[in-house]
Ligand binder design. Sequence first.
Ligand code: PMP
Length: 394
Amino acid sequence: MQTNRELFYRHLALTSDAPLAIEIEYARGVRLFTPQGKSYIDFISGISVSNLGHAHPEIVQAVANQAGKYMHTMVYGELIQSPQVKLAEKICNLLPERLDSVYFVTSGSEAVEGAMKLAKRYTGRNEIVSFRNAYHGSSQGALSIMGEESWKNPFRPLLPSLRLLDFNQTEQLNQITDNTACVFIEPVQGEAGVMEANPEFLSALRLVCNRTGTMLVFDEIQTGMGRTGSMFAFEQYGISPDILLLAKAFGGGMPLGAFISSNEIMASLANNPPLGHITTFGGHPVCCAAGLASLEIISREKLHDLALGKGEWIRNKLKHKNIAEVRGKGLLLAMDLGDEKKTRRLIELALEHGLLTDWFLFNPHSVRLAPPLIISEVEMEEAVTILLRCLDLL
Ligand code: PMP
C-alpha cells in the first residue's frame, strides 16, 4: 500500500516544486500534529484563515449542529436558510449603514469576480484599476488585476480595460476617471510583504472615487476578521468602501467569502439580466454556521483589539542583527531579513524547530508571521524563542 506521502506526490496536482509536505493528523489551538507525533506551532494560520486556531469547540459544535440539520438544499438565494441570514445580519450590524447587503460566495477569488461584475453592471463602465504588487486571487478576472506581471503573462489574454497604478502614489490617482468602474485595493497589501496604505493616500483615493462616481472596493480577504487589530482594517483609516470583500477567516476555517455593498447597488444584479450572478455552493449553510460562531467569538472576546497588543509584543521581542525590519499591523506581520537566501533558510530552520512560517508571493526577503488571534503569551514566547534561535543559526 502506498503511503499518504507517496499518494500526495503521485495524484495531487501540485503547483510548487517544494511543497511543505508535512502530513497532518490533527490540529488543536495553535498547533498542528503529524502522525509521527511531531507538532508545529502554526504561525501563519493557514494563510490568515484560522484566526481562532484549530478545532475551536464552539465552531466544531456549530458545524456538527448545522450538518445534522441540513447541508446543501438549493442554489444560493432561493431558500431562507437561518445560518445565512443570521450571519448576514451580524456582519452588517458591524459595518457602516450602507454596507447592508451580503452576497455569499465560497472563496476570495469569487468575491473579487462578483465585485467586478457588480461594479461594471452598476456603473455601466468597464475600466478597472488596481495597484502594483496587489494580490486578489488566481481566477482569470482576479489574476487580471494582479499587480505583478510575471505571474500573469503566461495566461494572457486576460481582461481588457485595466489600469495598474503604484501603491501609495497619490499623484497617480488622477488616472481614475469617469470611465473607471471600480478600484480594487488591499488596505494592507499582504502578498507584497505587508505594506500598509498611507492614510492620506486612502483618503485621497476615497475622494477621487466620490468625484468620479467610481466604486471603491476594499479587498479585506486577508486583513478582515480582526487580523490587523480592528474587525476590518478600513476602520483604522476613517473611510469606508462601496464594496467590501471578505473570505479566508470569514468562514471560521470553512470555505466562505462575500462581497458586501448596499441594497441599492446589489439590486443591479437582479435585472438585465435577472440572476446576474449565480452560485451553487455560495453561503453553504455549514460554512455560514461556522462563520457565525467565529464572528461571535471574535466579537465577544475582542480578539481584534487583543491582536494589536499581541502584534506589538511580538515586534518588541524580534530584535536581532539578521532582521532588517519587522512590518505589520496587528497580527499580520512581515519579518524582513533583506535577503532571499536567508529568508528561505530561516523558514526551513523554523520548520525543523517546530514552527510553521512562510514566505510572501511578491516579497522573497520577508518571512510571513500571522499566528491565530487566540495565541497566548506563553505560545508567543515559545515561537519567538524558536525564531531568535534560528536567526542565530543563519
Ligand atoms: N485577496 C487577497 C488579499 C488574498 O490574500 C487572497 C488569498 N491569498 C485572495 C484575494 C484570494 O482568495 P482565494 O485564495 O480564497 O481565492
